[in-house]
Ligand binder design. Structure first.
Ligand SMILES: Cc1cc2nc3c(=O)[nH]c(=O)nc-3n(C[C@H](O)[C@H](O)[C@H](O)COP(=O)(O)OP(=O)(O)OC[C@H]3O[C@@H](n4cnc5c(N)ncnc54)[C@H](O)[C@@H]3O)c2cc1C
Length: 401
């Protein structure tokens, strides 16, 4: 059994760490100030110039397309590399991810035909197109298969009608992966289809931005009123959209896990520093057993979650089947761990922990969202239990071949 990172993995982690320290950390105060000014608007926290500069730097450093296969111009490094990078990126609240955004990339890689690869995957991989996924509806979130949006065939076109909610990046997206019911009886068993719908297609309307607990998570309503797309916009098989959509959610859940590990590590480092330097009643906080317990519990829980994230990403990279059990476990364990660590970090910082002079309250809010988006904890606990009680997945570790 091998627990060491390879030389390349360690080098990647350090490269991303340097990028975060030199490019992203200096923007933190600006990001916090911009969030305070934002109100209910939909301006971005980073300007287009800042994003362009960061993208250029990422490209120069070879950090573009970490898990994009090399034949599409990426690094072809897989999920573990992506998780290591996202762990480092999450140590700052400056909202930046190395393009192209992984989950929709996975959907396109799994389902796009040659023509769609030319029109969508390649420009997306080069950073020329932004995408969004439109699955959630006002009446169908956790139970996404209950969606009401329909797509009805009319000659060699499809007519899509429905309302989507909480769609991230909808305003900026060049295209959407829209999930719609094509067979109301079969639904998630062969009745849900994915469609590529370009921004500006008549009938597709991006509605109001929905402000949430942190300004970097500001999704939109999206309306589809008699949206017509040709057959060539079906992504994958007609009726076969549910499985690649679920797999795409799985990638995001793992990324969320890695980000929680990164945030928790930064907060634990800060807690240790604060405990060593802050003196009350003549003693540093580090000498108080109640503070020691907060640090010790955070360290133990963080390391457990980190190992689960790395193991799950490794398993995905080894092609040892779909780690659905593990991604659900990551989603619950890492998000709930990070929430506890954020809570303790704020507690150790006292009044300063509540202020916007430090990023801890931002992280606390951000993690709160992670416990709901991509499936609330309750759904994942339900799934984990179902896998185990039905015997469709097990906790056994794979045997080396
Ligand atoms: C900031 C943000 C960005 C998002 N981005 C996107 C996006 O880009 N594209 C997209 O399609 N969607 C997106 N979503 C939607 C997100 O994935 C859903 O909000 C999430 O899946 C939960 O669905 P819901 O909000 O409808 O909650 P519901 O399904 O109404 O569930 C509410 C609560 O009920 C409980 N619950 C529900 N079912 C069960 C059960 N079976 N057993 C026990 N308890 C249960 C849970 O506690 C849950 O939190 C986004 C949401 C947010 C907030």
């Amino acid at each position: 059994m091998e627990f060491a990172l390879t030389w390349e993995q360690q080098a990647l982690k350090e490269l991303v760490r340097d990028f975060v320290e030199s490019e992203l950390m200096p923007l933190e105060r600006t990001v916090i100030a911009r969030e305070a000014q934002l109100g209910l608007g939909d301006a971005d926290l980073l300007t287009p110039e800042e994003i362009a500069r960061l993208n250029n730097r990422a490209r120069e450093l070879g950090l573009w397309g970490l898990n994009l296969p090399t034949e599409y111009g990426g690094q072809g490094l897989g999920m573990l590399a992506l998780c290591l990078a996202e762990e480092e990126l999450a140590k700052t609240i400056t909202p930046y991810l190395f393009p192209p955004d992984a989950p929709n990339l996975d959907f396109l890689l799994a389902c796009a035909n040659e023509d769609q690869k030319e029109r969508y995957l390649l420009p997306y991989a080069r950073g020329e197109k932004i995408s969004a996924i439109a699955a959630t509806e006002p009446g169908a979130g956790s139970d996404v298969a209950a969606m009401q949006t329909t797509a009805v065939r009319d000659g060699n076109e499809w007519v899509i009608n429905g309302t989507k909610i909480f769609i991230s990046r909808a305003k900026r997206a060049d295209f959407f992966i829209v999930m719609a019911v094509t067979d109301p009886v079969k639904r998630n068993r062969g009745g849900i289809t994915a469609f590529l719908v370009d921004q500006g297609t008549p009938g597709l309307v991006v509605g109001r931005p929905i402000p949430t607990m942190t300004a970097d998570m500001r999704p939109y309503e999206v309306y589809l009123n008699n949206v017509r797309v040709p057959d060539s916009q079906v992504l994958g098989e007609v009726g076969g959209g549910f499985v690649p959509m679920s797999n795409r959610f799985g990638v995001r859940r793992l990324e969320f896990g890695a980000r929680c590990v990164g945030m928790a590590q930064r907060m634990l480092d800060a807690m240790i520093q604060q405990a060593n330097t802050r003196v009350t009643f003549g003693q540093p906080l580090a000498e108080r057993q109640m503070v020691q317990a907060m640090i010790a519990d955070s360290a133990m829980e963080l390391q457990q979650a980190r190992l689960l994230v790395y193991y799950t990403a490794w398993k995905a990279d080894q092609g040892l089947g779909n780690p659905r059990l593990e991604t659900s476990m990551v989603k619950v364990a890492a998000t709930e761990m990070a929430q506890r660590v954020a809570d303790r970090c704020i507690q150790i910082f006292g009044g300063m922990g509540l202020t916007k002079d430090w990023p801890w309250e931002w992280m606390y809010r951000k993690i709160r969202g992670f416990r709901i988006i991509e499936g609330p904890s309750e759904i994942h606990r339900w799934q984990i239990s179902r896998f185990l009680t039905r015997g469709t997945a097990s906790l056994d570790l794979p045997t080396s071949r």
